[in-house]
Ligand binder design. Structure first.
Ligand SMILES: [Mn+2]
Length: 227
């Protein structure tokens, strides 16, 4: 029996055309597993379209901070606030889309490749299994080597991945960069499709990178363009 690939797809953020192109380029076989790394929604033009494709192709979908925020808003109603871009997504989503979002999971661990898939990352000094969803969907950098924070708030702070020694190997998105961020025990594959970069897939166990360029900058990129 031939074994399939584990294919992680980075932050799609509503970029439906790029996702369709990536899926085609990947030439997916029935034995492959597709793992969406979260943040399927917001920023790009068609969050509903992206979830429609994800519904048909996902083996697993990991919860991103953008999905988490939408779910929170939906539960609480009008007391919390959404940006106008998020409001647009909120109005696009159908009951089927919401069902899909509600079923997104915090992490996905695959023993045979000793790899864990997550949206943001992990605190390096603690067991990965015991970390709160609010940390693993949001972490980007570490302040004073231990406090999780946003890169925008601490542009000089090192990434959590710079401290991660594994195992397991970690595949994650959430922190947009011009290029993938490869370390011995992790890889960050958010290459800012919505910001005019590219959409990236990472395939294990073969370690292939498959990418499609973004058609345009749908949403202004925040944070650093270089790191
Ligand atoms: Mn994110």
């Amino acid at each position: 029996m031939t074994k399939g690939r584990f294919i992680a797809i980075g932050d799609v953020h509503g970029c439906v055309d790029e996702l369709a192109a990536l899926i085609e380029k990947l030439e997916i076989k029935p034995e492959d597993q597709i793992i969406y790394l979260g943040d399927l929604v917001n920023r790009g033009p068609d969050s509903h379209g992206v979830i429609s494709i994800a519904r048909k192709t996902a083996t697993v979908a990991i919860m991103g901070n953008h999905e988490q925020r939408l779910l929170k808003y939906r539960k609480k109603g009008s007391n919390s606030t959404l940006s106008s871009n998020e409001q647009k997504t909120f109005e696009q989503l159908t009951p089927k889309d919401w069902k899909f979002i509600e079923q997104m999971i915090p992490t996905y661990y695959v023993p045979e490749i000793d790899t864990v898939f997550v949206h943001g990352g992990f605190l390096p000094q603690r067991a990965w299994q015991d970390q709160p969803l609010s940390i693993i969907t949001n972490i980007q950098v570490l302040v004073e080597g231990k406090k999780p924070a946003k890169r925008r708030d601490y542009p000089e702070a090192p990434y959590w991945a710079d401290f991660w020694e594994g195992p397991p190997f970690v595949v994650y998105g959430h922190t947009p960069r011009d290029e993938i961020y490869k370390k011995p025990q992790s890889i960050g594959i958010d290459t800012s499709c919505a910001g005019g970069g590219k959409l990236t897939a990472y395939c294990l166990p073969g370690k292939e990178i498959v990418q499609v360029p973004s058609a345009r900058e749908y949403y202004p990129r925040n944070g650093s363009k270089t790191r």
